[in-house]
Design a protein around this ligand. Sequence first.
Ligand code: HSE
Length: 442
Amino acid sequence: MSGSRTVTIGLLGFGVVGQGVWKNIEQNRSALEKRLGVHLSISKIVVRSLDRERAIQVPRQILSEDPDSILEDPTIDIICELIGGTDTALDWTERALKAGKIVISANKALICEHGESLFQLARKHGGHYLFEASVAGGIPIIKTLREALVANRFNLIYGILNGTSNYILTRMEREGLSFDETLGDARKLGYVEADESLDLDGIDAAHKVVILAYLAHGKWIQLKDIICEGIRSISSEDIEIANQLGYKIKLLGIIARDFKTNALSVRLHPSLISKSETVASVDEVYNAVSVTGDVVGTTVLIGRGAGQDATSSSVISDIADAVSLLKGTSSIDRFNEVGSLSDDEKRVELAKSEVLESRYYIRFKVRDEEGVLAKLSNIMAQYHISFATVNQKELSDGSALIMVTTHSTYEASILSACKDIKEATAVLEDPVSIRIFDPSTH
Ligand code: HSE
């Protein structure tokens, strides 16, 4: 390796992921440098406080509290933005891209909200914006979609994109625990983001869905325009009934495109999914992404969707791509974000959620008295909703849970029926509806 070029890297942020990048480059340095044909030097790390205790020790002189020590240093080839958030991260990323740098990011929120302008900025100034670690941690889904599966048009991409939610649902299922009981453990294990809403209300997974939809279909979708529901309303009874009916409940991101009508359905919500699907068997903090392409068929990728090592594996994979770009040997210019999509492919319309058609599971908490079930089914019939299964659980306080599944119907019909049912006097709580997802009909 003597005589090889040295590639210089600056890390903005030295938290869990930043320290993982340092640790894993050091651990595999000789193999990595041999593979890449360069020396790698992390020459500067910007931190919020120099005095903070860190698990990974680095030479004191490369730490700085001043972002300019990276952003204004012309000798730095690659900048990794690993601070998260969308304020300072946006400012620093824009500055780095305006300087024509290669910027690597694990920041799904930033890409989801500002990806369109950041990619434009990279193009304009001759830089690059690489983001493998932003979706599904260590699973190489970005590279897979852009490079390995370039021969395909994607009818369906769906999967589990939030490890924390998957952990909670898995514990609820295995131990019959409530959401709140399991959440406590997830917090203790450090799985839940500081802003809990990101995990529990589906926002983190929805950010990832938006990025995948852009990669696969070339359209930036606003979070406000899609169904985004987390797992807070799921109960152990829902999981139990789902199990009896042959389903698991998973928080699924779904990107379905009808190439005949060019309608694109993008959504993130808890779903009942048949136990026979591979994705349904992916438990605990693992993520899974199922990709169906018109050439390859269905491919499922499963792996660690978060955590220091898995995420830093993806950041280092982007560093490797950045090295190829610097050496002029990269093929990724060819795939620069969605450069590989034709205008025709990018011509899609986001489908309105009301026209979504699926089977549903619905739970009603009602007064346990005569005529209540008849009243519910009358309202459902008014909206042409037909029951497929009906289960009832008597509770000790004179109430009952009625849990039904329906035949295929429209989202708009379910919303209207649930609204009417909510107003019925015997109904004690807002009905909870969960879509049943069938990959063969999506
Ligand atoms: N909070 C995320 C998860 C981590 O649970 O999957 C990375 O996005």
